[in-house]
Design a protein around this ligand. Structure first.
Ligand code: OFO
Length: 171
């Protein structure tokens, strides 16, 4: 059974994952109207779906542990970006913030000796390591590319094979 404080903190994470999904959905929609970056567009759409899956996984966990998962109100995210690099920089910053919030949840679980929740959260800890590494890698490439259109063409081609979310798949 979840404590009220653990439940509230997990519900806040439901909101954060839902908001992440919205943030990346907005990036996808913006990317979709930029010429020639179809695979980058699909990367953002896939990332948005992945975040929704993270939210669902939390919802199921909260409800299965005797709590009540609250479906959150979401804010309209940033809709347009000065460049593709700006969008990816913002994605990285967002992931770093998500990792911090996951770490806080782990702290709460440990302080309450809630080992079931602690165990559940390890999936998110591992996922965040991968997502941050992926976002950093793409940002590094964009830094190398600078304003070169040919580099962007190659990034768009290579990103097609990138897998988002390596953890156990289904909620
Ligand atoms: Fe990419 O954040 Fe979910 O966990």
């Amino acid at each position: 059974m979840l404590s009220q404080s653990m439940q509230d903190a997990l519900n806040e994470q439901v909101r954060i994952e839902g908001q992440s999904s919205q943030v990346y959905l907005a990036m996808a929609s913006w990317a979709e109207i930029q010429p020639g970056i179809n695979n980058i567009t699909s990367f953002f759409y896939r990332h948005s779906d992945e975040e929704r899956m993270h939210m669902l996984k939390l919802i199921h966990f909260i409800n299965e542990r005797g709590g009540f998962a609250v479906i959150p109100d979401l804010k309209q995210p940033q809709l347009t970006f000065p460049s593709i690099s700006h969008a990816f920089k913002s994605l990285l910053d967002h992931e770093v913030a998500v990792s911090e919030s996951i770490n806080k949840l782990v702290d709460i679980a440990l302080s309450e000796k809630d080992y079931a929740t602690h165990n559940f959260l390890q999936w998110y800890v591992a996922e965040q390591i991968e997502e941050e590494a992926l976002a950093r890698n793409i940002n590094d490439k964009l830094e190398l590319i600078g304003d070169e259109k040919s580099g962007l063409y190659l990034l768009d081609r290579d990103i097609m094979n990138v897998t988002i979310g390596g953890g156990p798949a289904n909620p």
